[in-house]
Design a protein around this ligand. Structure first.
Ligand code: FAD
Length: 498
């Protein structure tokens, strides 16, 4: 157990495997050797194209040039997600990566906006959000303003296969060893249960001190060998299937993801430089595979470019994401809905957590327990945020939406909804990935109208309040005329990388 970690073996070469390899090599790689084993015969899950802003930190740490990255992964800019038909059919709202208004002491901007609404002003909270305004006009550029009222936080859409290839090049340049081969057998220490070696179909044996299981849903080491168990969350997040089909690009490349709700699931539309990524996430309890394929095909809006990819999954998390000398990262560690594009982020944060708790001098139970505790909290917070989208709905057109509206939800989420509905108050839990601005947009977008607002909003006279809101709206709109279209931005920016 207290064996010094000299060699890390990564099982799997999907997004999880290559992010783990690159980040570990970059940060702790001087002290350890890293070998990654993957099997082209098995392949990767082949989806996972939308991200959230912290990915930019990952790329920065890895020293990745953004223009080169966007060029090589056919990437585009993502300013947020447009949710269509989620509250009711025919309506949409936006979850932007920005924030409405400006930061205020003691109570959030939306309380002032709420008061103005009660006094007759008719604006939407998104009228004060530059991300939303730029997204709706299909515009983007980097904004370097000292004033944080003018910010345009963003993430990326990219081709998952090209991203893994890109990271593979980066990590191999840093010295990560890649071995192609099918793992057929795993050797375990009889007494400790620690994994000692992987045995490939070719007979090659790969020994290691610490194993990162990035083998996808099956969890080759964490579940099949160590049997750590699974917390099943499908009673809250019942979608368990997806079908994905790429299609031709449209004339204009949107700088945001579209999430379009259907009778028993939802469809993603992810605009890349060379194509659209499309998929339908659905519950097999309500749709057959044929129905799902027919529904997606009918709603593609451009010609398909490949055969459909059918995927099965179960929402939930591995009970122990670190067990003995195995750390599960990526789909092997659990899966939430792709609804808020959090999976690739969870890979990043798992590796960062592992680096913080890296067992240079041997695996300590205290480190393992802390890793597992933090991982659980992180996933439960994201789980609650995703359930919110489903549960608070007013759709009456299918059992799926009615059942979700009537289900019992986790107490942690029930408390958040109750507090917001009564007082408009939102508090970010410690380390919650989603800030108050995210919770606010989804709460409002799904139709919760708070009964009250903070009394501080009453301290401003009506005229002053209206003037303040008008000014903010004007300030938020000002940069728009100078921004290029998203397509113009991509063309000019990616030209630099060539
Ligand atoms: P995989 O891609 O499945 O890779 C597993 C690897 O293990 C492969 O290289 C395989 O060859 C290897 N392997 C397995 N068994 C063996 C063996 N016996 N021997 C050798 N090698 C083996 N995430 C986002 O952040 N944004 C999104 O928009 C998004 N959309 C998604 C949509 C859907 C429908 C699904 C299901 C997931 C989505 N995700 C998304 C999640 C994202 O796809 C994954 O988190 C990401 O791709 C990481 O996958 P992975 O590397 O863990 O697994």
């Amino acid at each position: 157990m207290n064996k010094q970690i000299k060699k890390v073996v990564i099982v799997g070469g999907g997004t999880a495997g290559w992010i783990s390899a690159t980040l570990l090599k970059k940060v702790v790689g001087v002290a350890i050797d890293i070998e990654l084993v993957e099997s082209e015969a098995i392949g990767t899950v082949g989806v996972g194209e939308a991200t959230i802003p912290p990915i930019r930190l990952l790329n920065n740490v890895l020293g990745i040039n953004e223009a080169e990255f966007l060029t090589k992964t056919k990437g585009t800019i993502k300013l947020g997600i447009q949710f269509e038909n989620w509250r009711v059919q025919g309506e949409s709202y936006f979850h932007s990566f920005g924030a409405a208004g400006k930061s205020m002491a003691f109570c959030h901007f939306h309380h002032f906006w709420q008061r103005a609404q009660s006094l007759g002003m008719q604006t939407s909270i998104w009228d004060y959000d530059l991300n939303y305004l730029a997204a709706m006009q299909g515009k983007f550029a980097h904004i370097n303003s000292k004033d944080n009222i003018i910010e345009l936080p963003y993430a990326y859409h990219f081709d998952a296969g090209l991203y893994a290839k890109f990271l593979r090049e980066v990590s191999e340049r840093m010295g990560v060893v890649r071995t192609e081969g099918l793992i057929e057998h795993v050797e375990q220490d009889k007494d400790s249960g620690f994994i000692q070696a992987l045995v490939l179909k070719s007979g090659q044996k790969i020994e290691g001190d610490l194993f990162i299981d990035c083998s996808g849903f099956k969890g080759l080491l964490i579940q099949q060998e160590l049997g750590t168990g699974f917390d099943d969350w499908s009673h809250w997040l019942p979608c368990d299937r997806a079908v994905a089909i790429p299609s031709k690009s449209h004339a204009h490349t949107l700088p945001y993801t579209r999430s379009i709700a259907h009778k028993a699931g939802w469809q993603w539309r992810i605009p890349l430089q060379h194509r659209n990524g499309n998929g339908l996430v659905y519950s097999s309890h309500y749709y057959s595979q044929d129905q799902a394929l027919e529904l997606l095909s009918r709603n593609l809006e451009s010609d398909p470019l490949a055969d459909p990819n059918f995927i099965q999954f179960k929402t939930g998390r591995r009970r122990q994401q670190w067990s003995r000398n195995v750390v599960a990262v990526g789909l092997s560690s659990g899966f939430l809905e792709p609804l808020e594009s959090t999976s690739i982020h969870l890979i990043q944060s798992a590796v960062v957590r592992l680096i913080h708790l890296f067992p240079h001098h041997g695996i300590q139970t205290a480190d393992v327990n802390e890793y597992n505790r933090q991982s659980q909290v992180e996933m439960e917070q994201i789980r609650d945020f995703i359930i919110l989208h489903y549960h608070v709905n007013e759709r009456t057109d299918s059992h799926f939406w009615r059942d979700l509206r009537n289900m019992a939800i986790p107490d942690s989420l029930a408390h958040k909804i109750e507090l917001f509905a009564a007082t408009g108050r939102l508090f970010r839990e410690q380390n919650d990935l989603f800030l108050e601005s995210s919770w606010l947009q989804v709460m409002l977008g799904q139709g919760i109208v708070p009964k009250d607002y903070h009394p501080i909003a009453n301290t401003v006279a009506k005229e002053k309040l209206f003037e303040m809101l008008n000014n903010i709206q004007q300030i938020k709109n000002e940069p728009l005329s100078k921004l290029p279209s998203h397509d113009e931005f991509l063309r000019a920016y990616c030209r630099r990388a060539n």
